[in-house]
Design a protein around this ligand. Structure first.
Ligand code: SF4
Length: 202
């Protein structure tokens, strides 16, 4: 259905905003304070610890505020008004970050098919992490090269110190936040991995 639209002037907008702010202030001033307090005590963020973080979804890097209770239970995530990037605003994707942390649909098992096998087996996530760690270490130790033979500027063959492995690559995703990326990069460099790429974070 189409609604008739009347253009609003800048002066009318400012007048309306000021009137709205005054009405809200008056309502709070005249309202029932104990009722407001009672309502506040029932809020899910009451008594929660606020932890500033960064939205994991894209390179804009909007600031978020994560409310945590009982040490590690995330109960709310919203925009951080102190962030100069977004000043408390989040796009719809960022505003739904809570469900990424708390959804019961989160996968906690992996499917594994052993070399030569024809059937998939279900394994716990921790098992997969251990296996990835083991294979990374084995591959790195087997392929690590302290030096690399190439041609120098004068065309003669030279041996250069490189301390790298070309057998492992690392591809990051947008849900890796800045802190994770920092530590991950340190780990990859320490292993000698030089093929590093990331989908969105800078
Ligand atoms: S809130 Fe939206 S724009 Fe901001 S970092 Fe997250 S995905 Fe990007």
């Amino acid at each position: 259905m189409d609604f008739p639209r009347k253009p609003i002037s800048r002066r009318e907008l400012l007048r309306g905003t000021a009137a709205g702010g005054f009405a809200l202030g008056s309502a709070l001033a005249l309202g029932n304070v104990s009722a407001v307090k009672a309502r506040a005590l029932n809020l899910k963020v009451t008594g929660a610890k606020d932890v500033p973080s960064i939205c994991p979804y894209c390179a804009v890097g909007c600031g978020t505020m994560i409310s945590v209770v009982n040490g590690n239970k995330v109960v709310n995530i919203e925009g951080n008004p102190n962030s100069p990037i977004n000043e408390g605003n989040l796009c719809p994707k960022g505003a739904a970050t809570l469900q990424m942390a708390t959804t019961p649909l989160r996968e906690l098992k992996v499917k594994y098919r052993a070399p030569g096998a024809t059937q998939w087996e279900e394994k716990p996530l921790d098992w997969a992490m251990d296996r990835i760690t083991q294979l990374t270490k084995e591959t790195r130790d087997r392929t690590f090269a302290p030096t690399f033979r190439t041609k120098g500027a004068d065309g003669n063959e030279v041996e250069k110190e490189v301390n790298h492995t070309l057998a492992i690559g690392s591809l990051g995703g947008a849900t890796m936040d800045n802190e994770w990326n920092y530590v991950h990069l340190k780990l990859m460099r320490a292993l000698g991995v030089v093929h590093l790429e990331n989908q969105a974070r800078i």
